[in-house]
Write a protein that binds this ligand. Structure first.
Ligand code: NAP
Length: 346
């Protein structure tokens, strides 16, 4: 029997991606949908402006959207709630015994809440044991740009150490939710501001790459400077990254660190894990969101253009799918890891 899951924020950009990715999932089955009062009580197709490719899955079409109250028939809650309401609703569900796997920023820095990327810090799941929600708990996904960045930093941090990172992003429209940025604002344009994004990118990696010492996360001692831009791409965030390493490395050693990187989700053969978390390309015009975002289930991160940086040590370009690896797919992988590690018992 599959584990029943509910989607909160089921009508949004991330919620729709959850519904698409969970169709035919081998372990999880959607049994409940939640959204705002505007949508509650309606059949899902009447509540949603569906903009995924392909139709709404048949079993979902007949479901009624609920209010986000902790009386839903499911064990796991995947939350794609707007951050203006996510914090309290997610706590209520955890208190009521649900396993909450969230994409919102609200609980990311709670000291007892893991900010999880299964390939990077699976050991941080231990923090759950300190939570006071009874049978329930909260686990969070990092920000969508942070996930792509940290997945490529991790192999370098392990092998050479990282002192400093300078990153400039070109972020897709789906990252702004639905309806997102007005077309008149973004067509023929670049918007050099995404609210709170730079602060998230400069702080979240320090917790994720931090170490668990005596039940507490000790942040890693790296300094990050981020500049974030919205561009007219539908899906897939691209990031131009420069790094200063702690010990010297050749280009070949860096590429080898990326190409040979494999981690817990691959070893455990989790259903949503990419075969390889990181792909490196030699072509000097790669990676590109349109070409690479969907490779390996949309769960891999794509790197190219590694070269010397005259200010720091090296620079390169990264692309990853923001609503798959950076949100719904990442959250599903978190839950799969929790099942395999028996934090969630069927
Ligand atoms: P979105 O498209 O704006 O969707 C927001 C969802 O929240 C909708 O389902 C909406 O329901 C629901 N909602 C709004 N107000 C509510 C209320 N008062 N009570 C209950 N539900 C309410 O946003 P999104 O892009 O999917 O993002 C969702 C969350 O994930 C955000 O916290 C965002 O920061 C985070 N995130 C997004 C991405 C991305 O790439 N998009 C990546 C990582 C993390 P109605 O339709 O009924 O209003």
């Amino acid at each position: 029997m599959k584990i029943p899951v509910g989607i909160l924020g089921a009508t949004g950009s991330v919620g729709q991606k959850f519904i698409q990715l969970l169709e035919n999932h081998p372990w999880f089955e959607i049994t409940a949908l939640g959204a705002s009062e505007r949508s509650a009580g309606k059949k899902y197709p009447e509540a949603v402006n569906w903009f995924m490719t392909g139709p709404i899955p048949e079993n979902i079409s007949s479901m009624i959207v609920n209010e986000c109250k902790p009386n839903l028939n499911c064990k796991i809650i995947f939350s794609g709630l707007d951050s203006s309401v996510a914090g309290e609703i997610e706590s209520e569900f955890a208190r009521a015994g649900y396993i909450v796997v969230s994409n919102s920023r609200n609980h990311r820095f709670d000291p007892d809440v893991p900010l999880l990327i299964p390939e990077v810090n699976p050991d941080h799941l231990e923090l759950i044991k300190q939570q006071n929600f009874g049978k329930g708990c909260i686990v969070t996904n990092p920000n969508c740009s942070t996930i792509g960045l940290v997945l490529v930093l991790k192999p370098l941090a392990d092998r050479f150490g990282i002192e400093a990172v300078n990153v400039t992003t070109m972020q897709a429209l789906s990252g702004a939710g639905y309806p997102g940025v007005a077309s008149l604002d973004i067509i023929d344009n670049v918007i050099p501001y995404i609210g709170s994004e730079e602060e998230k990118m400069e702080s979240e990696p320090l917790k994720i790459l931090g170490s668990l010492v005596n039940g507490e996360i000790v942040n890693c001692d790296m300094i990050i400077s981020a500049q974030c831009n919205r561009v007219a791409v539908l899906d897939g965030h691209t990031e131009c990254v420069s790094v200063k390493l702690k010990s010297p490395a050749t280009e070949a050693e860096i590429i080898d660190a990326w190409k040979s990187f494999t981690a817990e989700p691959q070893k455990l053969d989790l259903p949503t894990a990419p075969l390889r978390p990181v792909y490196y390309y030699e072509q000097n015009n790669y990676p590109q969101p349109k070409l690479h975002r969907n490779i390996d289930k949309g769960m891999a991160v794509h790197i190219g253009r590694l070269r010397k940086d005259p200010i720091l040590d090296y620079k390169f370009v990264v692309t990853s799918h923001n609503t798959i690896r950076g949100a719904a797919g990442g959250a599903i992988l978190n839950a799969e890891l929790m099942v395999k590690k028996e934090y969630i018992k069927p």
